[in-house]
Design a protein around this ligand. Structure first.
Ligand code: KG4
Ligand code: ZN
Length: 333
């Protein structure tokens, strides 16, 4: 029985896994950041500190397991906000020490990819597209924990583009989900926003789109056209089209380049309905198996930390109590 903890950003999450099934998956989302239009690191750490025990306690109760029944603890080690990560890591270390159980540090981005294994069985080697608030990465995954980076974003992540442009449209942070909902009743061809294809490399850039959206809004403002109703839906759909089309084109190129027969799409933005339907058509056309976690396993959660931690433990990879957290992938061990 493994307990997993996630606290890398603004969700305090805990899950219990028995090696076959996720027995509980509890996520406490911090709402305090909405009024600031983005995550305030200091407030996130404090909120994790308050929420961590109630969240773990609820996960244990829902799983019907006592704390003594936990035989290993997995925790997000990075990348993420250091102060936020330290709350989860400190808690997990305390538990590992008190109960003399293994401590397993988990890479948050690997965990997003392995979330696909909760409900699917991707075939190795596969291509993984992780699209979240902080990252946009295309990887070739040869085996468990054997990842080759194909390309990542040079500036904003896909989720960040949704959030920042959504904010310009007057939507609350994080705006990705609201943009998705509004897009469903919008015309994606209403306005053609730019798509950065960057000489057909596997790299991404979404900052040009953000600037273009800003100029377009300024034009509308000058003409005293309010951003609401059908126009808002059309703009959301047009922005979504630009973001998801770039993701589709690059993913297609990665599948063709690697010859992989499975595709994993993960991270918060993989909950996006337009992206999901584009990836479904792409995989059908190429005869590739598509594995996208269901929405609760796309956004930050501890079930993905649990499954990743379980496989690290299975391979004999565990951490000592002097484990360090890390802010970025470049610091990852
Ligand atoms: O993976 P995640 O929960 O946290 C990070 O590790 O960043 O991803 C959060 C991101 C946010 O930018 C949020 O706006 C975006 O995922 N997101 C979506 C949708 N649901 C969440 N973006 C587009 N469409 C959605 N349905
Ligand atoms: Zn994440």
């Amino acid at each position: 029985m493994l307990l997993a903890i996630e606290s890398s950003c603004d969700e305090t999450a805990a899950a219990v896994y028995d090696g076959e099934r996720i027995l509980s998956n509890v996520v406490a989302t911090q709402t305090i950041h909405a009024k600031f239009g983005g995550v305030v690191p200091e407030l996130a750490s404090r909120a994790h500190d308050v929420a961590i025990w109630p969240t773990v306690d609820q996960a244990l109760k829902e799983a019907g397991v006592s704390i003594e029944g936990i035989k290993a603890v997995a925790v997000t080690q990075g990348p993420g906000l250091v102060g936020a990560l330290l709350v989860g890591a400190g808690f997990a270390k305390g538990l590992a020490l008190a109960h003399r159980i293994p401590l397993i540090g988990v890479n948050h981005l690997e965990a997003h990819t392995y979330a696909a294994f909760i409900e699917h069985t991707p075939y190795f080697p596969f291509v993984s597209l992780v699209v979240s608030g902080g990252h946009t990465r295309l990887e070739f995954v040869r085996d468990w924990f054997d990842h080759q980076l194909l390309g990542q974003t040079r500036d904003d992540a896909a989720g960040e583009a949704f959030d920042k442009i959504g904010k310009m449209f007057g939507l609350d942070y994080p705006a990705g989900r609201a943009m998705d909902t509004l897009s469903r009743t919008g015309n994606s061809k209403h306005h053609r926003f730019p798509m950065a294809l960057l000489d057909h490399s596997f790299e991404f850039s979404f900052s040009g789109l953000k600037t273009s959206a800003l100029y377009h809004l300024q034009d509308l403002e000058k003409q005293h056209i309010p951003i609401e109703g059908q126009l808002l839906s059309d703009l959301c759909a047009s922005v979504s089209e630009s973001i998801t089309e770039v993701l589709r084109i690059k993913t297609r190129a990665a599948l063709e380049h690697t010859g992989a027969r499975s595709l994993v799409v993960a991270g918060g933005v993989s909950a996006n309905s337009m992206l999901r339907s584009k990836m479904e058509s792409l995989c059908q056309e190429l005869g590739v198996q598509l594995c996208i976690p269901s929405p609760p396993y796309c956004t930050d959660n501890a079930a993905m930390i649990a499954i990743t931690g379980w496989h690290r433990l299975r391979l004999g990879q565990q951490n000592s109590l002097d484990m360090q957290v890390y802010a970025s992938m470049s610091e990852a061990p």
